[in-house]
Design a protein around this ligand. Sequence first.
Ligand SMILES: Cc1cc2nc3c(=O)[nH]c(=O)nc-3n(C[C@H](O)[C@H](O)[C@H](O)COP(=O)(O)O)c2cc1C
Length: 193
Amino acid sequence: MPRIALIIGSTRPNRFADVPAAWVQAGAQARGLKLDTLDLRDHPLPLFEEPVPPSFTGGVYQNPAADAWRKRIGEYDGYILTTAEYNHGPTAVLKNALDSAFVEWADKPVTFVGYGGVGGSRAIEQLRQHAIELKMAPIRNAVHIGLEPFLGILQQGRALDDYAYLTQAREAMFDQLLWWAEALKAARERKVA
Ligand SMILES: Cc1cc2nc3c(=O)[nH]c(=O)nc-3n(C[C@H](O)[C@H](O)[C@H](O)COP(=O)(O)O)c2cc1C
């Protein structure tokens, strides 16, 4: 079974991110998939401050927190990122977390659970571009929690499980992520250094 990390991509007090993170975990457990949650609150990283870009160091980071983070990232075969949208882009803390590892992301799939006015779409599209530059494989299937469920949860006491189309999207996301994670794990193992 590939090892998958669920990265919680926002850290502010009172964040919404905990709602989709718990729902993704519940869905994973229901299908026997183990997901490790990496909460960026538990991994406080400096704003990128490496004197030499990781592309010139073989991916080594001088800052101990960044070096610990990238080693942790290296343990996984695929990633799910909860994705808030701040000013039509990803959160700074999530972009910084991407910048704080390098070779560890490569040749692995990534997907997104976005939320907000347009389901985090604008942030997710930007993150897909960042992921490609990191040699990742951003997959098609993602979850977009749009305005109606977002407000339904915040203001009307509803839950993500009340929206069957979101559950379907979550399952399709798991299916595709696992397919890519297995395929790329095998490809990495075959790869000659
Ligand atoms: C600084 C800031 C900028 C925001 N910009 C957007 C935006 O561009 N698009 C959007 O859909 N929601 C935007 N929102 C609303 C967020 O979707 C909403 O606050 C969400 O709960 C943020 O995720 P979080 O609670 O996990 O931090 C913004 C919120 C903040 C705090």
